[in-house]
Design a protein around this ligand. Structure first.
Ligand code: ZN
Length: 251
């Protein structure tokens, strides 16, 4: 089975459409949350994501934008965007977001999906030592996570007593690029496909991953999209300027 792993779409329809167009053939889609928030097309992005399948975990922006949590812990820019999104979502999309399940969700054997981490849906896993301490307690070999908007993976291998960090390196900063990762049978992995709609790892191209269960491999992808169009929509919607400028920087 070939599974498309999507995360942190953040209402960026241009990025989502570009990724779906560039994606190789797939059987299923797993969505790691933050479908909305920041971008100017929350209803269109939610509609597109809902049409792709039913495996989701909720992100912090999905909770904030649907009114499940207060905006107190959000920075001012994220809070303004969440309020704008809440005002613009249809009742149907609001209730869809409100009903999304908390991770971990285990859609198939040996795989779990989370937004932040398996121990806390809102935890940011940025550091290898945090990743290794999480991996020491997981009961499945493959955990997909999002939330940081940084593409890559961490792994530990108790049998061979090794661990490591995967930071995908691409041959070009232009065009569509792929980076393959072969999964070792004896290792446990925390894998972040990167963010579709607001990458923060310095590469402004939209990010996703494809998991091939038979080949036991994950391929990371980067896809250029019409950033200017997404930026113009953000500005004309009256959303904070910073949300537009950061798309160009990939930060
Ligand atoms: Zn996010």
């Amino acid at each position: 089975m070939r599974i498309l792993i999507l995360s942190d779409i953040h209402a960026n329809l241009e990025a989502l459409e570009a990724c779906l167009e560039a994606a190789p053939p797939y059987d299923r889609v797993f969505n790691l949350g933050d479908v909305v928030g920041y971008g100017a097309n929350p209803n269109e992005a939610a509609g597109r994501a809902r049409a792709l399948g039913s495996v989701f975990v909720r992100g912090n922006h999905d909770k904030a934008c649907s009114g499940l949590i207060s905006l107190d812990d959000f920075n001012p820019v994220a809070g303004l965007a969440a309020m704008w999104t809440r005002d613009h979502l249809t009742p149907d999309n609001l209730s869809f977001l409100r009903d999304l399940p908390m991770g971990p969700v285990a859609p198939i054997e040996n795989v779990q999906c989370v937004h932040g981490s398996p121990r806390d849906e809102d935890e940011y896993v940025f550091m290898a030592r945090e990743a290794y301490s999480i991996l020491a307690h997981v009961s499945v070999p493959v955990t997909f996570f999002g939330h940081t908007h940084v593409q890559g993976a961490y792994w530990i291998d108790d049998v061979r007593e090794t661990e490591g960090v995967i930071d995908p390196k691409y041959s070009s900063a232009q065009g569509k690029q792929q980076f393959p990762l072969a999964l070792e049978k004896t290792a446990a992995y925390l894998i972040n496909p990167g963010s579709i709609g607001q990458p923060r790892d310095g590469d402004p191209r939209a990010a996703f991953a494809l998991y091939d269960t038979q080949a036991s491999s994950v391929t990371f992808h980067r896809v250029p999209y019409d950033i200017e169009r997404a930026q113009k929509k953000i500005l004309s919607a009256g959303l904070p300027d910073r949300l537009a400028s950061r798309l160009g920087e990939g930060r």
